[in-house]
Design a protein around this ligand. Structure first.
Ligand code: 5GP
Length: 207
């Protein structure tokens, strides 16, 4: 019944568990395509080029900007981050639900160019939980953690521009709730115009 896939934008504070939830959701359900972003930041330990990000030089990134190869891009903490356009367009045409895991500025740019995109913000159950999760990673200094919490405080002002918020208390439950939310988008009237047109034609033949 669905005509094409939905464009899903997922944002959330650093440390909220977006990656874990998405991994679970995509392991349990097919029909998702995860858009791998390009960035000019250096790979972190364990990150793989082409899987976590396409790691590019500034020159390569700017050449892609010049050729209009990004759906959106943003500068974030002194680096470029961008969504390659072709993959997203191809997968949507195939009927896949395409997931963009991007920050707020990029999300709001997507909203402007694709009003039908679904913007979802993932929140922790409480600020205390977020702090505990960031500390629990054991990789960040107290200073970095306090910077992330400050950033979260700034970011929460802009969340009212998102369509949905989803709380990650438990990753398994959150993955299922996210999946249900995304699947519900396929029931929207504007996602079913071809089907509605067919029913209308059928009814016409009876009237
Ligand atoms: P990190 O450096 O921690 O991997 O990512 C920093 C921020 O950039 C995260 O909020 C991440 O979601 C966001 N980000 C990753 N890829 C993109 C992208 O293609 N476009 C935009 N606008 N943000 C991105």
């Amino acid at each position: 019944m669905t005509e094409k896939g939905s464009l899903i934008v997922l944002s959330g504070f650093s440390g909220v568990g977006k990656g874990t939830v998405l991994k679970k959701m995509m392991a349990d359900h097919d029909n998702y395509a995860y858009s791998v972003s390009a960035t000019t930041r250096l790979p972190r330990e364990g990150e793989v080029n082409g899987k976590d990000y396409y790691f590019l030089t500034k020159k390569q990134f700017e050449s892609m900007i010049g050729k209009a190869e990004f759906l959106e891009y943003a500068r974030y903490v002194d680096h470029y981050y961008g969504t390659p356009k072709k993959y997203v367009e191809d997968k949507l045409k195939e009927g896949k639900d395409v997931i963009l895991e991007i920050e707020v500025q990029g999300a709001l740019n997507i909203r402007k160019m694709s009003p039908e995109a679904v913007l979802i913000y993932m929140l922790p159950p409480s600020a205390e939980t977020l702090k505990a999760r960031l500390s629990g990673r054991g990789t960040e200094t107290a200073e970095v953690i306090s910077g992330r919490l400050k950033q979260a405080y700034e970011e929460i002002r802009r969340i009212d521009q998102y369509d949905y918020v989803i709380v990650n208390e438990n990753a398994d439950e959150c993955a299922e709730r996210l999946h249900s939310l995304i699947q519900a988008q396929h029931l929207r009237t504007n996602q079913n115009l071809a089907f509605l047109g067919r029913i209308r034609e059928e009814l016409e033949s009876f009237s």
